[in-house]
Ligand binder design. Sequence first.
Ligand SMILES: *Cc1c(COP(=O)(O)O)cnc(C)c1O
Length: 386
Amino acid sequence: MMSNPLIDLEERYDSGIYPKQPLVLVRGEGARVWSLDGQEFIDCVGGHGVANVGHANPVVIQAITEQAGRLMLCPNGFYNDQRARLLAELVRIAPPGLERVFLCNSGSEAVEAAIKFARLSTGRIKIIAAMRGFHGRTCGALSATWNKAYREPFEPLLPGFEFVPYNRLDRMAQAIDDQTAAVLLEVVQGEGGVIPGDGDYLRGVQALCQERGALFIVDEVQTGFGRTGRMFASQHHNLQPDLMCLSKGIAGGFPMGAVLIGPRIGKLPVKSHGSTFGGNPLACAAALATIHYLETENLPEKAAQVGARLLTGLRSIHSPLVREVRGLGLMVGLELKMPAGPYLAALAERGVLALSAGTNVIRFLPPLVITAEEIDMVLQRVAEVL
Ligand SMILES: *Cc1c(COP(=O)(O)O)cnc(C)c1O
């Protein structure tokens, strides 16, 4: 393990809640990052799927720099040019029907807001989520997160949450009743192991919600902004969710979250929710630049192309260690028959950073600007390690 005074400082003063790799990352560009000692890495962690437009993206840098010198904050009791433009842009690129927006600062906050809006709007309490689903770590979002190790130390959490198996429409049909406020699902389960949702299943859940007066919430925090080969993963399946949670890639690395709101949510009462930093002009400027860059560079389409290259390449590695390779666009998981940790460390030694999903899955969430050559380098290193 590398010993370094900066590592020592973090080890001594950080809360200690994060397992860490022994690397001090100090610089990034495109799909590459560099450590303090000058080592170069292909970054398939991508800030856990945040860095969709690449590290040090010049368009995002310019937008942030200019806006920082103009106006960083503007409370929600006033109007702002950047915020107004971003709200309209989010509605323009969203699946049809989503017509209003609540802005916040993280994925968990987006899920919290969606839960509150669903309960407010339906007057019902019950929320149905999926086994292996992940929706965040704050108490409301955590109530919808399946992993017991994350949840149990903090119980009692919010009442009224229920878990059903993912991709099983029969089980969902049994669970939704006249007390159900909403169903909350990822379109591709990320943290739970990179498990793509089946189109018929997701459309079936949506129809059941409509039939029974429940709302359909999709959590696109990880799948949004080009990650899966479309701007939003919902668009692969022609979904029209009532609420859509966004964050991670939304502002090119700058912290931001959003909930897109459809017409089945009634008028939200004034002061029923809020956020001090939500919709600040700096984040809005970063998000506007990010959306512009994603569109002008066709990054969702590129993600589909290089993602297919990664998926096919991984599938052609014949190793007895591999159980399955799954994914959609540049959200790819390689499930091993054993824990992924040692293989992640071995990949890092060979200049490739990746992350885990659950215990056994190696997850690849590189910036969407990653090139075919870089994908081939990743494939070569994975083949060596396996
Ligand atoms: C990361 C993630 C969250 C939580 O986002 P934070 O910004 O860490 O609060 C919620 N849902 C999904 C699907 C995620 O991948």
